[in-house]
Design a protein around this ligand. Structure first.
Ligand SMILES: [Zn+2]
Length: 502
């Protein structure tokens, strides 16, 4: 096609198609679809669009981008690619390039992810003005649409355009322009959001191979925990990890993304340090990597390390067909009686290991199904716990902890979870608080509420600026404290005005 626009740097393919509509004066969405795809049922997808081969073919050969260029430089694919394993990456790549309907959102884990995608297309007024003065038109930039950050690193808070990303008008490509994207004053972003935005930019421009396998990510994180001294034998000490991650990012920011580590066994942070059974999102990876690695860590180096780390792929031997049914019945009966007598695990240790091995090789499905029936839970008989004693011991530890940390202004908010994370047997205590009245009383009295925590954050910044001999500016104190006028509680506002005098 003549005149199909070349993409700008970091422009979404969605935006290129929308600009083509504007350049050619096409008003009807269906007509635009017909012209670009020769198919009016295509859905206008900003993040992971398909049919890339078709779009690449609109450019004159040798001049325009290839379908792979479009995928890596003009969609959000690079955010997912490093974390889903090579086979899935390849599959997803083929799906998006081919001219067919695709299920990329499912394959990339976007659909199942707990990370909420932004509801609207977003824009940065500052960047848009720069685009306009440089090119005479505006376009949708990739980094603006990424879940996990709300800011442009240069200009501040991103704004919502009145365009739903998953809209009823889903066949329509809308161009970025000043009628739709109103220019507004941008609030300064919080440091966490800016840090993530910087990493997202790196990720979006990373198209290196090879892609590590999930099992390699799992092993690498285990080694990372070990290197920090967070392992006791093979066991990862999840509570220390949780404290480190929360200490780095703060409760509020993690909670705002629904990524605050939980106490439950299937908490995402625990799972990421275990054997990876599913892919984790770029955001979960970045949260851990920033909290654990030195400030100037480099994503390419991490990828190289992970991809070259040990990879003990488990090889499942193929099943061997059995022609003799009597032999099969014989093995099945022997295993059944052993499993009934000992339970499946102990049966193998009591002289039936060979039966297990034979069945595993010849009749695996039956073996697995049978074992599920006879698997017994570990003995749960417990020694009666002396809760009174435990209550006294724990409250003593909590008081010592409070006294030892009271002067430390830089700690994360001292919530119940924070205190619990410092205790041994955190989960048991949390589950049995009803038996621990003294601990409950302690939490009621000494956990830090949001007002107190905001005042502490302001205080530490004011002290730091005073020591540096800097003049106190309200906006600067707020920004460095990770606060904003909107989030400021009444008490913290009074503190700023009356005590600090700004
Ligand atoms: Zn900007």
């Amino acid at each position: 096609m003549l005149g199909f626009p070349l993409p700008y740097r970091d422009e979404l393919l969605y935006s290129v198609i929308a600009r083509h509509g504007v350049h050619s004066g096409i008003v009807s969405p269906k007509e635009l679809l017909q012209e670009v795809f020769a198919d009016t049922k295509i859905i206008a997808t900003p993040d992971l669009p398909g049919h890339l081969k078709l779009v690449a073919a609109l450019y004159p050969p040798k001049v325009g981008p290839t379908s792979l260029d479009l995928l890596y430089n003009h969609t959000l694919f690079p955010l997912y690619a490093p974390f889903i394993g090579e086979q899935r990456r390849q599959q997803l790549c083929n799906e998006l390039i081919a001219n067919k309907r695709h299920s990329a959102h499912v394959a990339a884990g976007v659909a199942a992810s707990r990370i909420k995608q932004p509801e609207y297309l977003r824009y940065c007024p500052g960047c848009m003005q720069a685009q306009y003065s440089r090119y005479g038109e505006c376009y949708w930039q990739r980094g603006w649409q990424v879940a996990g950050t709300r800011d442009c690193v240069v200009h501040g808070a991103l704004q919502n355009a009145p365009i739903h990303r998953h809209d009823v008008h889903r066949h329509q490509y809308q161009a970025a322009c000043f009628q739709v994207c109103v220019i507004k004053q941008q609030a300064i972003g919080c440091w966490q959001s800016c840090l993530i935005a910087t990493s997202i930019e790196t990720l979006l421009n990373f198209n290196g191979l090879p892609v590590p396998e999930l099992v390699q990510w799992g092993n690498w994180y285990h080694d990372l925990a070990d290197a920090q001294g967070f392992c006791c034998g093979r066991q990862v000490e999840h509570e220390k990890i949780s404290a480190k991650v929360i200490g780095f990012w703060g409760y509020e920011w993690l909670a705002s993304l629904d990524l605050l580590p939980e106490c439950s066994e299937n908490c995402w942070l625990k799972s990421i340090f275990r054997k990876h059974r599913k892919a984790f999102s770029y955001l979960q990876h970045l949260i851990v990597l920033h909290a654990f690695l030195k400030p100037a860590w480099c994503f390419t180096e991490v990828m190289q390390q992970v991809a070259s780390s040990r990879h003990p792929a488990k090889v499942t031997p193929p099943q061997v067909a059995v022609s003799d049914n009597t032999q099969l019945d014989n093995y099945r009966n022997r295993w059944l009686s052993a499993a009934r007598r000992y339970s499946t695990k102990l049966a193998r240790e009591n002289g039936f290991g060979d039966v297990y091995a034979w069945l595993y090789r010849h009749d695996r499905d039956w073996l697995m199904a049978t074992n599920q029936q006879y698997c017994i839970k570990p003995n749960t008989c417990q020694v009666k716990t002396d809760w009174r004693k435990r209550d006294h011991e724990n409250v003593r530890t909590l008081i010592q902890l409070r006294d030892a940390t009271e002067q430390d202004l830089w700690l994360p908010r001292r919530t119940m979870n924070w205190y619990l994370a410092q205790l041994q047997r955190k989960a048991t205590i949390e589950k049995n608080l009803k038996h621990l009245p003294l601990c409950r009383l302690f939490f009621d009295r000494h956990c830090e509420n949001i007002e107190q925590y905001q005042i502490r954050r302001i205080t530490r910044i004011v002290i730091r600026l005073n020591l540096a001999g800097e003049y106190l500016k309200r906006w600067q104190v707020l920004r460095l404290s990770g606060l904003s006028e909107e989030r400021l509680t009444e008490l913290a506002r009074e503190f700023l005005q009356e005590i600090i005098g700004i």
